[in-house]
Design a protein around this ligand. Structure first.
Ligand SMILES: Nc1nc2c(ncn2[C@@H]2O[C@H](COP(=O)(O)OP(=O)(O)O)[C@@H](O)[C@H]2O)c(=O)[nH]1
Ligand SMILES: [Mg+2]
Length: 300
């Protein structure tokens, strides 16, 4: 969905609100509909969230850094607290702790104490990086190897994400324990999942790469929307050298281009779904809800 389409839908939503206001001002129905339009508008404006999942040391934070193009994450905080990090666009750098009750605290000594006491459920990191206007990233603390179920923080982060990137290490990819955790995640998120085999630089030959790709495609058939092999550490390095003459070749060779292309396709799909559902609501509003509100105003 283009920015122009978002603007057009937003202006149609506010026109609906104004019309409701004139037809059935103060009625419960008008209030509920106005709230619904408001939520729909907020949802349209917010970039899709991409969540990085997988066991420890599978390259999740490295991919986040590579996608953003810089080192930004206080990874030691979340490694020690198991609190996911949500990285989003902000004009100025910011760090906010969200607690279980949805209350947010600017990150200071008191928030740090809360975090240490286990009172935090998500850290929000705001960065002035333009790419974060297109998507937000949730970096999760790694699952312990052999863990068969996601913990509460992780499940709650999954409910807030639109696209999942599952990181698995190329040399021992897609273990039974990883499959068990993936199967337990929300269906909505699994439908928008991308499997990334990191440390692809650890595979010796092109034949090893092809074999791994064939095995993963067979074992995960229908479970992921895409698959990429990535030398993540290399991708992170290359990403910082966009001005170099061999950038495009190196970005493609390390698997960065394949990851980026598939992710962009999934982001476009998410925006298209949002547009379809917003247009469906607008059409239903025009044919059913506004006439119903008008009849309320006539009856009153
Ligand atoms: N050689 C190689 N090292 C990697 C790759 N991805 C991550 N690493 C390294 O593996 C370590 C763990 O990576 P990290 O991103 O912190 O893993 P996380 O625990 O899943 O967030 C770091 O030292 C990375 O530099 C990769 O694709 N190739
Ligand atoms: Mg990490």
């Amino acid at each position: 969905m283009t920015a122009a389409a978002v603007d057009q839908i937003l202006s149609e939503l506010s026109a609906c609100c104004r019309r409701l206001e004139s037809l059935a001002s103060g009625s419960a129905m008008a209030r509920n509909l106005t709230r619904m339009f408001d939520r729909l508008g907020q949802r349209l404006k917010r970039p899709p969230r991409v969540e990085l999942l997988g066991e420890f040391n599978t390259g999740k934070s490295t991919i986040v850094n590579a996608l953003i193009g810089c080192d930004v994450l206080p990874t030691s905080i979340h490694a020690n607290t198991r609190v996911p990090l949500l990285v989003h666009y902000s004009e100025r750098p910011s760090l906010v702790l969200e607690c279980r009750d949805h209350v947010r605290h600017r990150f200071d000594d008191a928030a740090l104490a809360l975090l240490r006491a286990g009172g935090g459920c998500m850290l929000h990191v705001g960065l002035p990086v333009p790419i974060l206007k297109s998507f937000e990233l949730i970096d999760t603390p790694g699952l312990a190897s052999g863990m068969m179920r996601a913990d509460d923080h992780l499940m709650s982060a999954c409910r807030r994400a639109h696209i999942a990137i599952w990181c698995t290490t190329a040399t021992q990819a897609w273990k039974a324990s990883e499959q068990a955790v993936w199967l337990g995640l929300p269906h909505r998120l699994k439908r928008q999942g991308l499997l990334v085999a990191t440390q692809a630089d650890g595979l010796n030959t092109q034949r090893d790469r092809e074999r791994l790709e064939a095995r993963l495609r067979m074992e995960t058939a229908g479970r992921f929307a895409g698959l990429a092999l990535l030398a993540a550490a290399e991708a992170d390095d290359v990403r910082r050298m966009r001005d170099h003459s061999d950038y495009a070749t190196r970005w493609e060779d390390c698997g960065g281009l394949a990851l980026e292309t598939q992710l962009n396709g999934m982001l476009a799909g998410e925006m298209a779904r949002r547009e379809t559902s917003a247009r469906r609501v607008l059409a239903r509003t025009a044919t059913r809800l506004i006439p119903a509100a008008a009849s309320i105003s006539h009856a009153a």
